[in-house]
Ligand binder design. Structure first.
Ligand SMILES: [Zn+2]
Length: 132
């Protein structure tokens, strides 16, 4: 996996249409359809676009939302947040800090100790087992 920021052309040829739509066009996969919402293996979840590790299975939890949910990112500076007022709601969008890929949103209804729920599209993530 390349560790540099990929170009739009590279992403168009490498990603599935849903992965491209979620990460580059701020799309949202349908709840309960992604490949990781019921995924419980130990490992890291990386940005599907640039390969930066974003979340650990250690902070993944069942939110019941139908999307992979984490209560903390791997490191705070790997995630960028943006105010999102689309769809008549005020939400906080989260993106990959390295390449800008749209990941999902963060909500303040998560479990202790953070109280945060990072709600992420499976299509924005690439799971890697330890050592991969
Ligand atoms: Zn990225």
């Amino acid at each position: 996996m390349a560790e540099k920021v990929p170009t739009r052309e590279e992403l168009l040829s490498r990603l599935t249409p849903e992965q491209f739509h979620c990460t580059q066009e701020k799309g949202t996969e349908r709840a309960f359809t992604g490949r990781y919402y019921l995924h419980h293996e130990k490992g890291l979840y990386a940005c599907v676009c640039c390969g930066q590790a974003l979340f650990s299975s250690e902070t993944k939890y069942e939110s019941g939302s139908g999307w992979p949910s984490f209560w903390l990112p791997l490191a705070g500076d790997r995630i960028a947040t943006h105010r999102d007022t689309t769809l008549g709601m005020i939400r906080t969008e989260i993106t990959c800090a390295r390449c800008g890929a749209h990941l999902g949103h963060v909500f303040e209804d998560g479990p202790a100790p953070s109280g945060l729920r990072y709600c992420v599209n499976s299509a924005s993530l690439d799971f890697r087992q330890p050592g991969e």
